[in-house]
Ligand binder design. Structure first.
Ligand SMILES: [Zn+2]
Length: 407
């Protein structure tokens, strides 16, 4: 395959406001990404079906397909048998292309190999050391081992999702209160170790991107994805664009204070939303109900609640109330159509959803109450998100900033 020829390309969503700004060069890229997205969603698919579904001319589709075949993004597969006339060759994504992805968390990291179709080929977890340089060296070791297990794959890049904020210009990790890492050049460190291009972003942003690539977000232009685990993170889609803000710090709803007299937060302030609504908060509520000696994880607590432990149920319900209450800031700032929830709390979804919905309904100032739903396959959402980070390298925003002819 002509790897050196291949333009890095994302399976991207086309935004109309952006499409109107696009030059013809960029428009060609948009059409290319549109065709690639259709192949991903409808594969195996023929050129004529692609023309019909995309609304593009058959000749345009054929040229794009030539490019995508040459670049190695797709390949030709089965020929449709028909009694007479043309026998179209069907097209698929090239699943020889793979990515290495990492879901980095305070205690544990999961490293995996995922193909272009989002299928996991290998997955391993490891303990995360508190020293960032040593932790990343171990993660790189693990990535190398996984890469060696899949020598027949061509690796497109590496994606890392983490509980923190990465400056989009310097790519340095600048804010990671729960990871307790100070400013660290994580992207450079992994690139040096692996010799592959690395994309790093906040776990909530990554999960939101993953929902856009692999999920069911058609037509949604305003959405917020909230991760509820050790802390609370959020990714924001506003008017069809992902919002990063200055230094990539947009979406830190978890650090808006709900009660200045509340518990101390990892960010240094007191009473932030996440001190009341994270998994750690639920465990604290359970301890306060007379279970201080128990060393539980959030999954233990959810299991206890399922088994009928009244205090465990109360702790999780209190957390759910506080999740809903903190969403007021999200409603006021973004007015989303959809609020997606990822993380530990999705394991207790049926218990928490009526409580969060009730809070939401009481908080909406005007207009409809947003739809609330958990992300699909929450346990791998951050890994899929990390894959989406690699796939989205060429988003519209990047095109506008540094559009260059493809060649
Ligand atoms: Zn805080």
């Amino acid at each position: 395959m002509a790897r050196s020829n291949r333009t890095e390309r994302g399976i991207q969503r086309v935004d109309l406001a952006y499409a109107q700004l696009a030059s013809s060069e960029i428009a060609r890229d948009i059409n290319c990404d549109l065709v690639l997205e259709l192949i991903r969603a409808r594969q195996p698919i023929s050129r004529s079906d692609l023309a019909r579904l995309s609304g593009l001319q058959r000749s345009t589709v054929s040229l794009i397909i030539e490019d995508l075949l040459e670049e190695g993004w797709i390949r030709e597969g089965a020929v449709v048998r028909r009694p007479r006339g043309r026998r179209p060759t069907l097209l698929n994504l090239n699943d020889d292309l793979a990515m290495i992805v990492c879901d980095l968390r305070p205690a544990q990291a999961v490293v995996a190999v995922v193909d272009l179709n989002g299928r996991f080929l290998s997955r391993e977890s490891l303990h995360v050391l508190s020293d960032p340089a040593k932790a990343v060296a171990q993660i790189v070791e693990r990535m190398k081992r996984l890469q060696q297990k899949h020598v027949l794959k061509t690796f497109e890049g590496i994606g890392v999702s983490l509980p923190g904020r990465v400056d989009p210009d310097t790519h340095a990790l600048i804010f990671a209160p729960n990871l307790k890492w100070t400013r660290f050049e994580i992207k450079k460190a992994i690139e040096r170790g692996m010799g592959l291009k690395v994309e790093v972003d906040n776990a909530a942003n990554a999960c939101l991107l993953s929902e856009l690539w692999f999920g069911h977000m058609d037509g949604v232009r305003n959405a917020v994805l909230v991760t509820v685990s050790e802390g609370i993170g959020a990714g924001v889609l506003a008017n069809g664009q992902l919002v990063s803000g200055t230094s990539g710090m947009a979406g830190e709803f978890g650090h808006i204070p709900l009660d200045p007299a509340g518990p101390k937060c990892a960010c240094g302030a007191t009473g932030c939303w996440e001190t009341f609504a994270s998994s750690s908060a639920a465990l604290r509520y359970y301890a306060e109900l007379g279970h201080a000696g128990h060393r539980l994880t959030i999954h233990d607590l959810i299991k206890l609640a399922e088994e009928g432990d009244v205090h465990a149920g109360e702790a999780i319900e209190k957390q759910a109330h506080m999740i809903g209450r903190g969403m007021r800031a999200i409603l006021a700032a973004v007015s989303p159509e959809v609020i997606l929830v990822a993380g530990d709390i999705t394991s207790a979804w049926s218990r928490v959803v009526p409580i969060i919905m009730e809070e939401l309904a009481s908080l909406v100032l005007a207009g409809p109450v947003p739809t609330l739903r958990p992300v699909e396959e929450s346990e791998v959402a951050r890994l899929r998100g990390a894959a989406a980070l690699v796939l989205q390298r060429h988003t519209g925003r990047q095109h506008l900033k540094k559009a260059k002819p493809r060649g």
